[in-house]
Design a protein around this ligand. Structure first.
Ligand SMILES: Cc1cc2nc3c(=O)[nH]c(=O)nc-3n(C[C@H](O)[C@H](O)[C@H](O)COP(=O)(O)OP(=O)(O)OC[C@H]3O[C@@H](n4cnc5c(N)ncnc54)[C@H](O)[C@@H]3O)c2cc1C
Length: 269
């Protein structure tokens, strides 16, 4: 288990379920052709607090024919249409949370986000643990695709001014690039995948190779397509000499797989 990952429960352990919170869309912003920032609000967000950066939560979407999802019961079955997202910004005083959705095409979450309108209702559960940021580290590397951009933004916001941080992000087109900021010393590189998802991670791999070995003390947060995450971790630990314990890898989605689990740290490889 990587040193800086929050420890996920084993696959067969019962997972503690947090109460579902009913939330309404209060704002929809177009950040780029394939990214929507959606603000959710509601009295049931009372007490919703996120501690770690790159935490996650579950969103429950309406089934076909429903205008509002069914509220899950504490001991009832899991909601069918539930997906994992990053709480990007939480404003407790306004009872608001922002979520950035990648519009990747087919999929209940992506399809819902593409049509989202003010007043629509979802249920939200969580949050779950995120990245235990190694604050003593002076060099950080964040590597991933567009689905991890919200997680990266939460990490960047927590870094001290003394930290050097390199961010390498793979997006589908150059139009997806946007400004990132951090109190740390930030260096951002965008690479383009195109629309062929079977190429996920290839542009990241090429950019990492080209940059060569990072400072040996660099701590890495690596989040993208699950197969790509495993290949990139091999590249980092092999050719590029980064200690495995300094890398937290997470599969955020998996090629041709519906609802990939939220706790894929690649421990099988
Ligand atoms: C901890 C964690 C945090 C996450 N945070 C975010 C976040 O803040 N924003 C965000 O957009 N995503 C985030 N994700 C990823 C998101 O959970 C998945 O992309 C999810 O599969 C989307 O659900 P869906 O219903 O759209 O597609 P699914 O029904 O799950 O999948 C349908 C098809 O779409 C493909 N697919 C799924 N996601 C992608 C993608 N991103 N790019 C290309 N193809 C894809 C699948 O391979 C499958 O073939 C996070 C995942 C994890 C584990």
């Amino acid at each position: 288990m990587p040193q800086t990952a929050a420890t996920p429960p084993p696959d067969n352990a019962p997972r503690k379920r947090r109460p579902p919170r009913r939330v309404e869309v209060s704002r929809v912003q177009v950040l780029s052709p394939a990214m929507r920032r959606i603000t959710f609000t509601g009295a049931e967000l009372e007490g919703f607090a996120v501690n770690d950066p790159a935490s996650y939560m579950k969103l429950i979407f309406p089934e076909p024919g429903q205008t509002e999802p069914t509220r899950p019961l504490p001991d009832g079955p899991r909601a069918n249409t539930m997906r994992t997202y990053t709480p990007l910004a939480v404003r407790p005083e306004a009872q608001e949370v922002d979520v950035d959705f990648v519009l990747h095409g087919e999929g209940p979450a992506s399809t819902w986000a593409a049509q989202a309108q003010i007043g629509q209702v979802l249920f939200l559960m969580g949050p779950g643990p995120g990245y235990t940021l190694p604050l003593q580290a002076t060099a950080h590397l964040l590597v991933g695709d567009d689905s991890a951009l919200p997680a990266f933004e939460t990490i960047l916001a927590r870094l001290p001014a003394t930290a050097r941080v390199r961010v390498l992000v793979e997006v589908t087109s150059a139009a997806e690039q946007r400004a990132l900021s951090s109190p740390g010393q930030l260096d951002v590189q965008w690479v383009v995948r195109g629309l062929d998802n079977s190429r996920a991670g290839q542009a990241l791999e090429a950019a990492l190779r080209q940059a060569g070995p990072p400072d040996a003390r660099t701590h890495v947060y690596l989040a993208c397509e699950a197969g790509a995450m495993r290949r990139l971790r091999e590249l980092l630990t092999g050719e590029l000499g980064v200690a495995r314990g300094q890398i937290v890898g997470r599969g955020y989605w998996k090629l041709s797989t519906v609802n990939h689990p939220d706790h894929d740290y690649g421990d099988d490889a």
